[in-house]
Ligand binder design. Structure first.
Ligand code: ADP
Ligand code: MG
Length: 571
């Protein structure tokens, strides 16, 4: 774990070395200062050599200025090192999340992912900066100070040494407990985030059911759990800090009393006594630093642990070693004995055999939950089949790179996801870097033109978060415009018009018909009128593909489709 943590320093070696060496020089200066004071009192003052005293004072002043400058470097560059590492980790995590398969997102709460990328990494930067540096400096100062103290006076040094075991015990015990407390705290804040994400993105549902009080209570429950966990961490921390404070001040007092006696019995000079008391203070610095580290280390490491947990979650749909980059596909799709389940307890598709010719329009109908969407999700490898294979133009989709495979498949769904931004940006999402002409052409073909012309800001209209300011039909047309830009040989229309009123549906149907020209098109629709023109209709039930054929063939057959048809059109 630690080794892995340190590997993040590698790209920032230079910064680390500058920061670290500056910190060491500052620490050495601090360490030497009491010795200088002692020498000043015991040796220099009695000589009454004033010019020497002035020279020495000026030298000290210059050293102070140098040390101040180095401290600035340590603070600023050291934190820069920390922030750089934090930013690197955040970037890695975000990239990693982007690579995850649909299955991962089915099973992971969005708020949880957000926590890991944002909050959890907050303390890492601080730890990365202070961790190794403060630890090293502390040990160095501590050992150095004791060594000098022993050389000044053994008895007095032993007095100071007595507290060490107690201090060590206190630190270890509270460290362990704090570690647990912070880990729990991060878990709780992740839950708080999930709640916020859920309630805020569902706020329209919440308000329409006037369930605000319920949401508040749910949120408050998580919020309180977080409060409790964090408070527990602080309780342990406060206890340990107070303990440390008490022990260290106690030692100062003991040194002063014993030192006074030693000096009274002529075993210690005044300079040595002053120097010694100063050294006790030098000792406190690393103790303060280490106790700060004791808060920082578990916090940072708890975040780092959660970071590695997510980074180590391998995406389950990946390119194989010798995956091929496919050029434009014709769009021949073949399902060969395909079985699939979202989890091992329940198979959704069993032994599906289906072959779709390039350019054909195939409609899928059947009861909701039969697996129509699932069939379509397997083609772009949103999920991988458990058994059998899906081949496009004779090549197994698992042998193609995901990038080249997915660039050839366009999907229009019932709910269109739009990004916060302008209309233009949302249309251009179909082809990043599309020219103005291409965007306008696509909008025109998607029958968006008159709508856009009617807007005061036209293409620059902000569509609100997730397209909130648009109607279902308008969103759908943006999705279609994206497809014209993407221009894929394979098109999947999953209930694309199901949520629309009949009039809007007609306009969009026109655009869709135009869109599906010269492409292999898979249409899922529950309004049978919309699929009358399909080349073939496939009826999917929970037991698999029940019947297939043209519209007229299926009506004639008097089977499931004929039944569905009768129900929908009899009125
Ligand atoms: P259809 O599109 O025909 O209505 P789906 O393909 O969406 O049906 O669903 C088929 C079955 O798979 C249903 O039982 C559904 O509950 C289940 N299912 C769909 N999506 C998921 C998912 N992401 N995770 C787990 N089960 C799912
Ligand atoms: Mg569906």
């Amino acid at each position: 774990m630690l080794r892995r943590f340190f590997s993040f320093y590698l790209p920032h070696k230079k910064l680390f070395i500058i920061d670290f060496s500056s910190a060491i020089i500052v620490a050495l200066f601090e360490l030497a200062f009491p010795l200088a004071v002692q020498w000043f009192i015991d040796t220099l003052l009695p000589t009454e050599n004033w010019s020497m005293i002035v020279t020495i004072s000026i030298t000290l002043l210059l050293l102070y200025i140098l040390s101040t400058f180095l401290q600035y470097i340590v603070n600023y560059w050291g934190h820069m090192l920390g922030i750089n590492i934090e930013t690197d980790m955040r970037r890695q995590l975000f990239q990693h999340v982007q690579k995850q398969s649909f299955k991962f997102f089915d099973n992971t709460k969005t708020g949880n992912i957000m926590s890991r990328i944002t909050n959890d990494l907050m303390d890492i930067g601080e730890l990365a900066h202070h961790g190794p540096e403060d630890l090293f400096i502390s040990v160095m100062t501590f050992v150095g100070a004791f060594w000098i103290m022993f050389s000044i006076n053994v008895k007095l040094a032993l007095v100071a040494l007595i507290i060490l075991p107690f201090l060590g015990w206190l630190m270890v015990v509270s460290n362990l407990r704090m570690n647990r407390a912070w880990k729990k705290m991060y878990g709780e804040i992740a839950d708080v985030n999930s709640r916020v994400e859920d309630s805020v993105s569902g706020v329209r549902v919440v308000q329409s059911f006037t369930n605000e009080t319920f949401e508040n209570q749910r949120f408050q429950a998580n919020n309180q759990k977080f409060r409790k966990a964090k408070l527990r961490g602080y309780k342990i921390m406060s206890f340990s800090l107070s303990g440390i404070y008490m022990m260290t001040r106690f030692v100062t007092l003991a040194v002063l009393v014993v030192g006074a006696w030693l000096s009274y019995t002529n075993q210690l000079s005044y300079g040595e006594l002053v120097g010694f008391v100063l050294y006790v203070n030098v000792l406190f610095k690393p103790i303060d630093k280490i106790s700060a580290l004791m808060e920082l280390y578990p916090k940072g490491m708890a975040g780092f642990k959660r970071f590695t947990e997510l980074i180590d979650t391998d995406p389950d749909v990946v390119d194989t070693k010798d995956a091929v980059e496919v050029a434009t596909l014709r769009g021949d799709i073949r399902f060969e004995d395909v079985s699939f389940g979202y989890d091992e307890h329940k198979t959704v598709l069993k032994g599906i055999d289906l072959s779709i010719k390039a350019g054909e329009t195939v409609a899928f109908v059947g009861p909701s939950g039969a697996g129509k969407t699932t069939i379509c999700s397997l083609i772009p490898r949103f999920y991988d089949v458990d058994n059998g294979a899906i081949k496009i133009d004779g090549i197994d989709v698992r042998d193609m790179t995901k990038q080249s495979l997915r660039s050839q498949i366009g999907i229009v769904q019932q709910d269109v996801f739009l990004f916060t931004g302008t209309l233009r940006e949302n249309i251009a999402y179909g082809k990043l870097g599309a020219t103005e002409e291409e965007i306008e052409e696509a909008a025109k073909r998607a029958h968006l033109e008159s709508f856009i012309d009617s807007l005061p800001f036209g293409y620059d209209t902000q569509i609100g978060e997730r397209g909130l300011k648009l109607s279902g039909g308008q969103k759908q047309r943006i999705a279609i415009a994206r497809m014209f830009l993407k221009n894929p040989p394979i098109l999947i229309l999953d209930e694309a018009t199901s949520a629309l009123d009949t009039e809007t549906e007609m306009i969009i149907q026109q655009a869709l018909t135009e869109l599906s020209k010269n492409r292999t098109t898979l249409v899922i629709a529950h309004r049978l009128a919309t699929i009358r023109n399909a080349d073939r209709i496939v009826v999917v039930t929970e037991d698999g593909i029940a019947e297939q054929g043209t519209h007229d063939e299926l009506i004639e057959r008097e089977g499931i489709f004929a039944n569905l048809h009768r129900v929908q059109f009899q009125r």
